[in-house]
Design a protein around this ligand. Structure first.
Ligand code: ACO
Length: 369
């Protein structure tokens, strides 16, 4: 690992607010080219992964990092067994989540994964999130959790555990596309958090739990629910421009727009837009969302020309997950289900190759007299 920007103490010009341009880890897993709007996962452009199953992407990301047998079939079988393990572990704890938001409930249940658990840790971490997410969502609707079916693929079983009935092929393809699209994304805030914790050798479950805690924020993985809130609040075509203008006048951020790295359109937004259309989602909803997107981009270009703000992954995530029958309060948890692929791979890579992460800070407080 290299730190590209040395930070001599007491040099304000070297203070790296937001850590832009700081290279804090080396990785073979993924690369985000913000200028070109390109996402590469282990040698594949995101577009090349269209039609891949989530298990195949896991095999790609985990290659060379774990002794687990890495063909997609073995991974699928191991995930199925681990889903059953996670379900039984979860059942007595589920009532304790009632007073919590859905992402807080997921945080509680993930925290209960024991470091001495039998299934391999990366497998259990990936398997547990859909089990917990579906059970939490059903409990909010007053429904009992649906036990996993170990022989199904993860996306298929996720929808089955959520709805209590078999999913259609179109729904499965839609969720598969989503999980693959968000599986990994360079050193984003949650992955960085997971790698920092992994660098202390705290263990995989602690590391990915830290990742979830970072993902929870509205500036990162907490945005797609608010995207739907925004569409609902705008309501109709005539209100689009005045509503967006007033929000910007109040200094608010428009959810689903802007990105730290991308200065052109987020390539994931296009993949998910395609997945929404392929699913045959409510066409009036999609058309309205596109009208909001167009007006928002025009206004952001007027108001923040220097920032080149574009649509990000969260905008079409919101429409896709809504069409798949997830409540907006579950969206961050579904994001975590996909991103767990990247978190586990980064944690394994960090544990294998990285040093303890210990950057410096620039002291701006008073000195002793
Ligand atoms: N709406 C309005 N203004 C925006 C937006 C937005 N969505 N995004 C950035 N800006 C403005 C900021 O207000 C700021 O203006 P100022 O310099 O006049 O104060 C300027 O652009 C730069 O803002 P930064 O926070 O420095 O930009 P950064 O690149 O760090 O932020 C972020 C990226 C957090 C994603 C931001 O664009 C945002 O808040 N977007 C809305 C939330 C969102 O969609 N999050 C999901 C991101 S994708 C993901 O994490 C999976």
């Amino acid at each position: 690992m290299t730190i590209a920007t040395p930070l001599p103490p007491s040099s304000p010009e070297h203070s790296a607010s937001g850590l832009d341009q700081v290279i804090a880890a080396e990785t073979r897993l993924s690369h985000v080219d913000g200028a070109a709007g390109r996402l590469i996962l282990r040698g594949y452009d995101l577009a090349d992964l269209a039609g891949w199953r989530f298990e195949e992407v896991l095999a790609l990301l985990w290659a060379d990092l774990t002794p687990i047998s890495l063909d997609a079939h073995s991974i699928s079988a191991a995930l199925g067994a681990a889903r059953l393990y996670a379900f039984h572990l979860m059942e007595p704890l589920l009532p304790a989540t009632d007073a919590l938001s859905e992402v807080e409930a997921l945080r509680l249940l993930l925290a209960a994964l024991p470091d001495d658990s039998k299934p391999p840790h990366p497998v259990l971490a990936v398997a547990a999130v859909p089990v917990f997410t579906a059970a939490i969502a059903r409990r909010r609707r007053g429904l009992e959790p649906v036990p996993p079916m170990a022989d199904l693929g993860l996306a298929t079983d996720f929808l089955h555990m959520l709805h209590g009935q078999p999913a259609t092929q179109a729904q499965i393809r839609g969720l598969e596309a989503y999980l693959v699209t968000v599986a990994d994304h360079g050193l984003n805030a949650s992955t960085f958090a997971a790698r920092v914790i992994a660098s202390t050798k705290a263990g995989l479950f602690s590391s990915v739990l830290g990742g979830l805690c970072a993902l929870k924020g509205p500036l990162h993985g907490g945005a797609p629910g608010p995207v739907l809130d925004m569409l609902d609040a705008i309501g109709n075509d005539a209100a689009i421009r005045p509503w967006l203008s007033a929000a910007l006048d109040r200094g608010e951020r428009l959810m689903g727009f802007g990105h730290r790295i991308y200065r052109v359109r987020d390539p994931r937004a296009d993949v998910l837009k395609g997945a929404v259309s392929a699913l045959g989602a409510d066409s009036a909803r999609i058309r309205f969302a596109q009208a909001v997107e167009a007006q928002a981009l025009a206004l952001l270009a007027e108001r923040k020309p220097e920032r080149a703000l574009q649509t990000n992954v969260e905008f079409y995530t919101a429409l896709l997950l809504e069409a798949l029958g997830f409540d907006r309060t579950s969206f961050t948890n579904v994001f975590a289900a996909g991103r767990m692929a990247g978190w586990t791979a980064h944690v394994l890579e960090q544990e294998m190759t990285g040093r303890l992460m210990r950057p410096q800070s620039l002291y701006t407080g008073p000195w002793p007299a």
